[in-house]
Design a protein. Structure first.
Length: 202
């Protein structure tokens, strides 16, 4: 089977979106919900269905999300990072949330993806931004890159086996490879300038 290349955002791109204030409320709303997914790893449908009953105290006494993934019906327990908690607090009194008993005012997937393309343009992010990229970003940039063990990431993503999560680690191997190529070039340049100094006539 051919492996699908999973796109994700790097730290600078997440920051660019977080720092940007948009002229319209709908874009700011989509931005917040997208970032919430970047910091929880939840897929679109799972974010859409979140209610107050999904938030509880975890083993560490902090707030956690306790939910079952719609796609696989697998349990997903995720400690709330400060950014995600901030976003939930922001929408506590939002009319749509109060009417529907939901935690976030999520639009249709089609609308979310359409507005995310606008957000990418305005933030000068040269990627086909879709809501699902948030989940990949959580797996790579937010957790694995910061040293969270792959077993914990797999559990939070609600993956049924570790092999599914290992695709993200492969992406990071590619990043390691690219970084090392840059280092290799720098070292070669230093080496050649060193050799030139040694060989230079006295």
């Amino acid at each position: 089977m051919k492996e699908v290349e999973r796109a994700y955002l790097v730290q600078e791109e997440i920051q660019a979106i977080a720092d940007k204030e948009f002229a319209t409320e709908r874009l700011n709303q989509v931005k917040d919900i997208f970032l919430f997914s970047c910091f929880t790893g939840l897929a679109y449908i799972d974010v859409k269905q979140l209610t107050r009953s999904n938030i509880g105290l975890g083993i560490d006494g902090g707030k956690w999300i306790f939910t079952n993934r719609q796609k696989t019906d697998t349990r997903s327990n995720i400690p709330l990072l400060p950014m995600a908690e901030e976003i939930l607090n922001k929408y506590k009194q939002h009319p749509q949330c109060l009417n529907e008993g939901k935690l976030l005012p999520v639009l249709s997937n089609q609308k979310m993806n359409s507005y995310l393309k606008e957000i990418a343009d305005l933030c000068e992010i040269n990627k086909e931004l879709t809501f699902h990229i948030a989940r990949h970003t959580f797996a790579t940039t937010v957790t694995l890159t910061n040293g969270v063990p792959i077993e914990s990431v797999s559990k939070m993503l609600g993956h049924k086996n570790l092999r599914t999560t290992q695709h993200y680690a492969k992406i990071l191997d590619r990043k390691v490879s690219d970084d090392m190529k840059v280092l290799r070039t720098k070292l070669m340049l230093k080496e050649s300038s060193c050799t030139q100094k040694i060989l230079a006539p006295k």
